[in-house]
Design a protein around this ligand. Structure first.
Ligand code: ZN
Length: 312
């Protein structure tokens, strides 16, 4: 009976002693704490290279604001998961990270800036006195331009028209007659005249590509031309006006310096600059103005394209 009682109490007492030993014995505590430290160090070593990598990316590459907000949000989330002694260490990281972001906001990286495009367009040719000189200058600067030609002029100067095409420029339709009174009397007249020019260009040129890109004589703007604009679109054409001028249409023999000023005034860092100029016989000073205008446009980091590359 006595043995039974002893046996009955020994097991719970042994369990209690074992539990007490587990709690108070420093030898059983140490390995547990050690494991926690290793785990934290592991978290640190996993996090740190990622942050350095991210900061490096922010320095080298551009990101838009939405990305920045997302990345700082992610960083905050990570800090929320960290133990207190880690947070102190990472305050420095946070500081340098915010400095990087301020730098980023102050100086937008150049890589993301959209490439500015300049479209040189010459209207009302081809002419004997002006077009060949324009072509010489474009060849010298290795620039391709767009020529909105008048059919009646093309009939008079077919060789010059062919030279425009042969030298890689774009030939586009500027109506056959360029006669405002006739053209704007009715949309029907306008379409008839366009079609006449389209046929002529196709006959004269070996590779006339019917892009359907046209320019209204005098521009497409104004209520009075609304019906014509609609008719032209319905026929599958696309019309383009301009957003930069050299002012060579504001009279004859406009001095080159004045043309350059007009160009500088109206270019205004536009992403897509459609530049209006003229190669009609009366526009002699456009020849003199052209090299300096090209050099100015180049100095403003534009690339030159023809209207074939224009996004309507
Ligand atoms: Zn014109």
């Amino acid at each position: 009976m006595k043995t039974f009682l002893n046996y009955k109490f020994i097991i719970p007492i042994a369990i209690i002693i074992f539990i007490l030993l587990m709690i108070f014995n420093p030898l059983s505590l140490l390995p547990g704490e050690h494991t926690v430290v290793i785990a934290e160090e592991k978290v640190q070593s996993e996090n740190l290279p990622k942050q350095e990598e991210k900061q490096g990316m922010e320095k080298n590459y551009s990101k838009d604001k939405a990305d920045e907000e997302t990345s700082s949000g992610t960083q905050k989330d990570k800090e929320g998961q960290k133990s207190p002694h880690e947070t102190e260490k990472n305050n420095e990281d946070k500081k340098s990270s915010s400095e990087t972001q301020n730098d980023h906001e102050a100086v937008p990286p150049k890589e993301v800036e959209e490439q500015k495009v300049a479209y040189l367009t010459f209207d009302d040719g081809p002419s004997k006195n002006v077009t060949p000189y324009i072509l010489d200058i474009l060849k010298e600067y290795q620039i391709k331009a767009t020529f909105f030609v008048i059919g009646s002029q093309a009939q008079e100067n077919p060789e010059i028209l062919k030279r425009i095409e042969a030298e890689g420029h774009m030939v586009a339709n500027h109506t056959f007659s360029h006669n405002y009174k006739y053209l704007y009397a009715s949309p029907k007249n306008f379409l008839k005249d366009l079609e006449k020019n389209e046929k002529l260009l196709d006959e004269l040129l070996s590779n006339y590509s019917k892009t359907g890109i046209i320019r209204f004589p005098g521009g497409s703007f104004g209520k009075s031309k609304a019906a014509t604009r609609k008719a032209v679109i319905n026929e599958g054409y696309q019309y383009i006006d301009w957003n930069v001028v050299s002012g060579d249409a504001e009279g004859n023999n406009i001095p080159p310096a004045k043309q350059l000023n007009r160009l500088m005034e109206t270019l205004e860092n536009k992403k897509s600059a459609v530049i209006l100029m003229h190669d009609a016989n009366t526009k002699q000073t456009t020849i003199d103005a052209l090299p300096r205008m090209i050099e100015y446009i180049q100095s403003q980091d534009y690339v030159f394209k023809t209207m074939a590359d224009y996004e309507f």
